[in-house]
Write a protein that binds this ligand. Structure first.
Ligand SMILES: CC(C)(COP(=O)(O)OP(=O)(O)OC[C@H]1O[C@@H](n2cnc3c(N)ncnc32)[C@H](O)[C@@H]1OP(=O)(O)O)[C@@H](O)C(=O)NCCC(=O)NCCS
Length: 318
């Protein structure tokens, strides 16, 4: 494809189109401004085109999703991040290649609304970026490659992707579980999502048979159960999983997911409004750590739920 096609696709992202991709009003405004400037800059649009091509070529390759930014030399990436904002050019490459991902979804017979909701993780991630850095951007562009490979689906409360897990990731296919920040993690919503996922993947990805749900998350750290009440949604979520292997230290994840901060953080500066916020900081102040764990659930544990229609995803809201 040419830079002309990529430019014209980007120019087509008006308010309504960006809203469908989950962008908040503020991010829509910034996205449109940056698109106007990038399509007038031959160097920048050339980089966007290279990344978009890599993403298009990676659709359907669940085993090793393409990191769009990896096709750009490190020094050029750094310069681009300084000039346009962190991850802004890969964000545009994701937009410019979304059509191919949606076509892949359609080819698998996936409901257009589930397709749309799944791609709306892009706007969700831009929203997370703004909350973390108070700027327009996408520092989690590496994560987006999973969705753009066609492996990730947002089904109700949870997101799921097909991946291999175990034996250094050359193991069996599993349905891996992700928890976007979009409201409380109630047991009912969780059971509904697991039930939908069973039907969804069996129906649309019967050529990738799976038996287990998988999760790799700081939410599976058993230490959370020690500090949160038994009625907490996180505790009840964790109790569903059988842990596997060893935990690996993930203080940065706990800080990021609870406080939306990255890098060196002065713990004294963090808000202490909720039980979780207080407990996260107290453990670190005591010299303790938080850990990510892998866990599995036998899919039979959840009755299948016919995916009527995925509820409209509102960024940051249930
Ligand atoms: C997972 C998540 C939805 C759980 O929220 P929840 O359903 O409200 O959780 P709980 O019912 O267990 O909450 C227990 C306590 O922790 C607090 N809490 C939970 N998640 C919190 C968060 N991300 N930030 C601050 N406080 C939080 C609650 O307010 C409550 O405290 P309170 O009793 O003082 O009000 C929420 O933590 C979240 O959105 N996290 C970000 C996404 C994430 O971590 N994904 C996993 C990536 S690997």
């Amino acid at each position: 494809m040419s830079t002309t096609v990529t430019s014209s696709r980007l120019a087509g992202f008006d308010e309504a189109a960006l809203a469908r991709f989950g962008f908040t009003e503020e991010d829509r405004r910034d996205a449109r401004r940056v698109i106007e400037r990038v399509i007038d800059d031959p160097d920048a649009i050339g980089q966007v085109e290279r990344m978009a091509e890599a993403l298009r070529a990676g659709v359907g390759a669940f085993d090793n999703p393409t990191d769009p930014y990896a096709v750009i030399e490190a020094a050029v990436r750094e310069r681009a991040d300084r000039q346009w904002g962190v991850g802004v050019l890969p964000m545009l490459a994701l937009l410019a290649s979304a059509e191919e991902v949606a076509a892949f979804h359609a080819g698998r017979g996936i409901d257009p609304e589930i397709s749309r909701a799944s791609l709306a993780d892009l706007g969700q991630q831009a929203w997370v970026h703004r909350r973390t850095f108070d700027a327009f951007g996408l520092h989690t562009y590496g994560w987006m490659r999973v969705a753009w490979s066609g492996a990730l689906y947002w089904l109700g409360r949870l997101q799921f992707n097909l991946t291999r897990w175990g034996a250094d990731d050359g193991g069996d296919w599993v349905i891996s579980t992700h928890i976007p920040e979009s409201g409380p993690l109630t047991p009912e919503a969780v059971a509904d999502s697991f039930g939908r996922a069973r039907i969804f993947f069996a129906r649309h990805f019967g050529d990738y048979p799976t038996r287990l749900f998988h999760c790799n998350s700081w939410l599976l750290d058993p230490q959370l159960v020690e500090v949160l009440p038994g009625t907490s949604n996180m505790v009840r979520f964790q109790q569903l999983w059988q842990l596997r292997g060893e935990g690996h230290q993930a203080d940065g994840d706990a800080i990021f997911f609870v406080f939306r901060r990255r890098g060196e953080v002065d713990h004294e500066s963090l808000p202490q409004d909720t039980t979780l916020q207080r407990e996260i900081v107290a453990k670190l102040a005591d010299g303790g750590h938080w850990y990510c764990w892998h866990g599995v659930i036998d899919q039979d544990q959840f009755p299948p739920v016919e995916p009527a229609r995925t509820a409209q995803v509102e960024v940051g809201q249930a």
